[in-house]
Design a protein around this ligand. Sequence first.
Ligand SMILES: NC(=O)c1ccc[n+]([C@@H]2O[C@H](COP(=O)([O-])OP(=O)(O)OC[C@H]3O[C@@H](n4cnc5c(N)ncnc54)[C@H](OP(=O)(O)O)[C@@H]3O)[C@@H](O)[C@H]2O)c1
Length: 312
Amino acid sequence: MPQAAFNPIPPILTAQNPNWYILGAGAIGCLNAGRLSSSGCNVTLLMRKGTLQTSLPIIIDRDGTRTTQRLPVVTPDNCKPISHLLITTKAYDVHDAVASIGHLLRKNSTAVLMVNGMGIAEQLRKDWPHLHFYLSTTTEGAYSIAPQHIQHTGQGETRIGRQGQNAPPPWFHQWSRAIDSCFWDDNIESALWAKLAVNCVINPLTALHNCSNGELGQRQELTEHVATLCNEVSNITHAAGFEQIAAALPQRVASVIAGTARNRSSMLQDVEGGRRTEIDYITGFLLRVADQFGIDAPYNRALIQDIKNNAH
Ligand SMILES: NC(=O)c1ccc[n+]([C@@H]2O[C@H](COP(=O)([O-])OP(=O)(O)OC[C@H]3O[C@@H](n4cnc5c(N)ncnc54)[C@H](OP(=O)(O)O)[C@@H]3O)[C@@H](O)[C@H]2O)c1
């Protein structure tokens, strides 16, 4: 396989180019660590307590080409104070992971949350109210072949934003250069809801029926489930104030099903691999909103139970 090695000279730290600590050096964390580093950003992997290495090679395979770069590694025990943090753990690990480095965070430290699902930022804001949280959603595709060895399967789009902030922060310029199709989104909550609503329909159904995304549009019993679920998710989305997303949901779901017909959803892959799913932050979040507005959501309630019974 052709190899490309990047070992950039460490750049000078500035507000435009601070040191980014990556909390969650899995598929998405390594993918972005590699890209940020190769474009000249300062990047350090923040590994679990007990990790002995002081640097690690990050290997990214894409379309038959391999990129390798060595990045510094620290742990919560030997890390300096953190001004800029990228969080890329699974949703259910975020709180404990941030707690493990809580002593290193400073007033006004920046944290970018690049994690699927919703409700996580609210939990974090309660415990770390002084942090500047940015939210992100990505349609990139990557999986780990081995620790810190990533297969990049699909080029996607990454959106970053912060509620109430129209203009991007100084560091965003570097990110938009480093990461292909990385956009500042001054309505990130809507982007997250739009993704959540689609995920609420496609992820649990594919996981439960052990099928590809495309089968949801082909098998009649599944198309009926999709329609029922769209209706319920749409009602809750509307009540939460995202009327346009609610109205467009059936069409959007149909378009994602057609456009990703051969994909197997991340939730299906987690169930197949015997791993915990992120459903508490997808359907679980939706149900918490439904409760808030007094909306009955029997179909979603049954689905979350079924996934938990089947998968755990
Ligand atoms: N992969 C994709 O294609 C993709 C696409 C879009 C969105 N996403 C979303 O992105 C998020 C990350 O997904 P992923 O696929 O990158 O997951 P992943 O490969 O499982 O990576 C998560 C990483 O977080 C680490 N971690 C967990 N707790 C930690 C702690 N306390 N301290 C340090 N590291 C910790 C894990 O380490 P251990 O292995 O030691 O637990 C693991 O390396 C998820 O919300 C996912 O849904 C993923």
